[in-house]
Design a protein around this ligand. Structure first.
Ligand code: NAD
Length: 498
């Protein structure tokens, strides 16, 4: 059986642990590798290596750091097919979707290549007689990145590109369900010229994360994952005196006003709800149908669902792959099973979809559509994270906005309409961090930052883009006086500018 390694101090490092987990091929249900959960000694060693490396990398010139980012960008782009195949083998998503996440990850490396501009400080001349003030940003030190299974390349790149470019060392703890792509990223960073020890991959589970959170050698923690873990990580990391950002789960609504183009809205709902089997934090999980568009919209979505090809991610004909584990597939199925008893209408039941051959043992489930869903039902209140789309019906725009804003999550939201005024009002009214107007999955490009509101983000630091530069650096302000030697005099008073 293949054994996954760590990546410590610039090389693959075999674990001596006695605690091992399993990495499945979700399309066949077979175990394809074993993953180590780091020992205490391995955690200590990795932190010591990272601390040493941070000291010299943090003072490397901006041009040296930028050069590594350019080379890394080139290598990830050149090897994108190979990386996508690794993602598909362990996550299960179709190859095209894996390529899509790599291209969104590449954006973050490209952003980091502009480091010279991002780290420009400010300068104020002559704030007082003979006194100038300048500001600069310096690396925070050693950053721990803890990432979820659903984007094994894109989410690590959200963190890694800026963290490294800003001069930090990093320890990435990828999801134990699909850890291999992170190891290839580590190899490519080394090939790009990153000094040994600056980027490390430590394999593990929640216990490994706990050890990182409590260790004084970690300065900042970036987390992306589910809300219960995000809230716990944020409080534990900040209680231990670390800078922390923790992005959590979601329940993303797509509001469809009566004047929307029906075909455009139905296409968008299907691709945003069932793409990557609904295992996207920005997936649309609730369509809010306003007024008389509801019946034709539900019919148009159901018609499109029937045509979706579900199969192994490495089959070019497949449009949707399996879920990540059998347990997760069964949990998703339980929401569909309970929906009727909660008062909802199951329009399409994904559990009826049958799979044959190797796929019969894989973690597949068909797509589900559930109408007449409302708050108070589990299918509405909880994040399902699978190919289940709910429809909530509202009579007016005001009811729709009230529904969306009452939800505990506030990651992404979209409105579909031909009315510019209504769309504009929506962007003001809605309490979510990322808003799409006729765009179902409004993931910001890397020159902006990513982050939800409410229980979708703990802490106030959004991820990547300008917010990422701020998170991975500390600000310093320098006040300078070069006194005229002829008039130099001592003033014991409080510092003043006049
Ligand atoms: P998860 O919370 O189970 O795991 C995320 C990471 O936390 C993994 O590396 C895991 O090993 C670690 N972990 C698990 N249990 C832990 C514990 N008790 N203590 C400390 N660490 C622990 O999430 P997942 O199932 O891998 O990913 C899916 C979730 O991530 C969904 O809720 C999804 O919405 C969310 N997500 C959010 C975003 C976002 O940007 N907001 C992006 C992607 C995924």
């Amino acid at each position: 059986m293949r054994r996954i390694t760590h990546w410590i101090d610039g090389v693959k490092s075999e674990s001596t642990t006695e605690r091992w987990g399993k990495v499945f091929n979700p399309a066949t249900g077979q175990v394809q590798a074993e993953i180590p959960f780091a020992t205490d000694a391995e955690i200590e060693q990795t932190i010591a290596v990272a601390r040493r490396a941070a000291a010299s990398w943090g003072s490397a010139s901006l041009s040296a750091r930028t050069e590594v980012m350019f080379s890394f960008r080139h290598l990830v782009h050149a090897r994108r097919d190979e990386i996508a195949s690794i993602i598909t083998a362990e996550h299960g998503k179709v190859h095209a979707d894996a390529l899509g996440e790599i291209s969104r990850g590449l954006e973050n490396i490209e952003f980091a290549c502009g480091l010279g501009s991002h780290l420009k400080g400010g300068f104020s001349s002559q704030v007082s007689n003979g006194v100038d003030v300048s500001s600069l940003r310096q690396p925070v030190g050693v950053v721990a990145g803890i990432t979820p299974f659903n984007f094994p390349v894109m989410v690590p790149l959200w963190m890694t590109a800026n963290a490294l470019a800003c001069g930090n060392a990093m320890i990435l703890k990828p999801s134990e369900k699909d850890p291999s792509a992170a190891l290839l990223l580590a190899e490519l960073l080394a090939e790009a010229g990153l000094p040994a020890g600056v980027f490390n991959v430590l394999q593990g589970d929640g216990g490994t994360v706990g050890a990182l959170l409590e260790h004084p050698g970690i300065d900042a923690v970036s987390f992306v994952g589910s809300t219960p873990i995000a809230t716990s990580i944020y409080s534990r990391a900040t209680a231990a005196g670390k800078r922390a950002q923790a992005l959590g789960g979601a329940k993303n609504h797509m509001v469809v006003l009566p004047d929307a183009d029906l075909d455009v809205a139905a296409d968008a709902a299907v691709s945003a709800a069932y793409g990557s089997a609904g295992e996207r934090c920005m997936a649309v999980s609730v369509v809010v149908a306003v007024g008389e568009i509801a019946d034709p919209l539900v019919a148009a979505i159901a018609e499109r669902m029937a045509k979706l090809v579900i199969g192994p991610g490495d089959d070019p004909a497949s449009e949707m792959g399996p879920l990540i584990t059998a347990e997760h597939r069964d949990k998703v199925a339980s929401y569909v099973a309970g929906a009727s008893a909660e008062g909802a209408t199951v329009v399409v039941d994904g559990r009826d979809h049958t799979f044959t051959g190797d796929a019969a043992e894989g973690f597949f489930i068909g797509t589900s559509l559930i109408d007449n869903v409302a708050p108070g039902m589990k299918v509405y209140d909880e994040e399902i994270f699978g190919p289940v789309l709910s429809v909530a019906r509202c009579d007016t725009y005001a009811e729709a906005i009230e529904l969306v804003n009452a939800n505990q999550y506030g990651n992404g939201v979209a409105i579909f309409t031909r009315d510019g005024g209504a769309a504009r009002q929506f962007t003001f009214d809605v309490t979510c961090g990322m808003v799409g107007v006729n765009v179902p999955i409004p993931v910001p490009v890397a020159t902006y930052s990513f982050g939800g509101w409410k229980d979708s983000l703990f802490g106030d630091a959004h991820m990547y883009g300008p917010a990422g530069i701020d998170f991975y650096t500390r600000a310093k302000v320098v006040t300078t006086r070069w006194p005229d030697p002829a008039t130099s005099e001592v003033d014991l008073g409080f510092p003043k500018t006049r």
